[in-house]
Design a protein around this ligand. Structure first.
Ligand SMILES: Cc1cc2nc3c(=O)[nH]c(=O)nc-3n(C[C@H](O)[C@H](O)[C@H](O)COP(=O)(O)O)c2cc1C
Length: 374
């Protein structure tokens, strides 16, 4: 029988997963039967939390190091971590990357993440809202504005859905439901290719993305899911009206590995393994896109695991740095673990500022980072 991983009790401080039947009333609302999309969303959380789904290849950030400053001439207490993205102020240049929604566990996680984002002044994205478009009963799992009225908040849909009957109406709905500041369109050809019965018709999407950018009243952001965006593709996306890019490069969570773990047939499993380390490393995406588009609002993500990674990504040209898996793990643990993570990341970023003689985030770009000779 198909099962869903669902958190029903706690052992110590960690969420404990048990398998419940997919039609368990504890998992689904009274009316609806579980849809395939809901099962997939629950699977993604379980696989990401229980299996090793990280790249074995790296982000490329290890090829850079900050030049240490032995006399910063700064008071640590005065360091300024604040940032601005798409016109909204943030207390730190941190984004809780798009992850989840559509199940009760996803709801708990989204609300915890949103409360932390509100408390610490961070940005946040929700996971793909396709599950709610298909079944509006799961809308509460995305309704995080109630606990995060002030944050920079991103709606999320797969760009490929524009080839599967989605259009302006569905995108507008995703934004309205969230009262979102912008819509992220994720680009995930490898994930769809590895997924059993994935949506693999990516033909003629650029024009449809352009049309959406022209008509949606909020900015549209293009994002990968961990395989990176090249400078050439970034230029084409900017040409059609994309207002910001999240590189979501290689080196962190590998969606080929996630889908390989979930695959029901041997060929899809092997496909996922073969392409487990496919993609453009996060650092390479950042350098190339920043060079091609000096003024583009740019988000770094994919394999950022501590505040030093974040600071390097900012020094390479990012305006905002997103983490997915680390925030998921902390949120699945406890609210306290989440607060601890944010405070640790902030302390690490501040330490980089201090030890490079940088008073504020923009100073990181002033030649503080050097390539490590290989
Ligand atoms: C459990 C989980 C679910 C995700 N779902 C989405 C999604 O619905 N939409 C999206 O754009 N990215 C999604 N992502 C991708 C992340 O936003 C991010 O791009 C990727 O995981 C790389 O970041 P990381 O290495 O910090 O995990 C998901 C990631 C995780 C861990």
């Amino acid at each position: 029988m198909a099962t869903l991983a669902y958190a029903v009790r706690r052992k110590g401080s960690a969420v404990d997963f048990v398998n419940l039947p997919v039609d368990s009333p504890a998992v689904f609302s009274a009316r609806g039967l579980p849809a395939a999309t809901q099962i997939r969303k629950a699977d993604h959380l379980r696989v990401c939390l229980e299996e090793d789904v990280q790249f074995q290849a790296t982000t490329g950030l290890e090829r850079y190091r900050f030049r240490h400053c032995c006399l910063p001439e700064l008071d640590f207490a005065d360091l300024d971590l604040s940032a601005n993205f798409l016109g909204k102020s943030l207390s730190a240049p941190l984004l809780i990357s798009s992850m989840t929604g559509g199940t009760e566990l996803a709801q708990t996680i989204n609300y915890r993440l949103a409360a932390a984002a509100q408390q610490f002044g961070l940005a946040m994205g929700v996971g793909s809202q396709r599950v709610a478009i298909e079944n509006p009963e799961v809308l509460p799992s995305f309704a995080v504005r109630s606990v995060a009225p002030d944050i920079l908040l991103f709606a999320n849909l797969g760009a490929v859905q524009l080839n599967y009957s989605y259009g302006l109406a569905q995108c507008q709905q995703a934004v309205d439901w969230l009262e979102a500041d912008a819509l992220i369109l994720h680009l995930n050809p490898l994930q769809e290719a590895v997924q059993t019965r994935g949506d693999t018709n990516f033909r003629d999407l650029l024009g449809k993305i352009g049309q959406l950018c022209r008509h949606l009243p909020v900015p549209v952001i293009a994002k990968e899911v961990g395989n990176g965006i090249s400078a050439q593709m970034a230029e084409r996306l900017i040409e059609v009206g994309i207002r910001a890019i999240d590189v979501a490069g290689a080196g962190g969570t590998s969606w080929a590995r996630v889908e390989s773990e979930r695959a029901s047939d041997a060929r899809q499993r092997r496909l996922g393994q073969t392409f487990a380390n496919w993609g453009i490393p996060t650092a390479d995406c950042l350098v190339a896109i920043r060079q091609a588009a000096p003024d583009l609002p740019l988000i770094a993500s994919g394999g950022l695991r501590n505040g030093l990674d974040v600071a390097k990504a900012l020094a390479l040209g990012a305006d905002l740095a997103g983490l997915a898996l680390p925030f998921l793990q902390a949120a699945a643990d406890s609210e306290l673990a989440l607060q601890e993570l944010v405070e640790t990341l902030s302390a690490e970023i501040a330490t980089v500022l201090f030890c490079t003689g940088s008073a504020a985030i923009p100073d990181l770009r002033a030649g503080r980072l050097e390539s490590v000779a290989s």
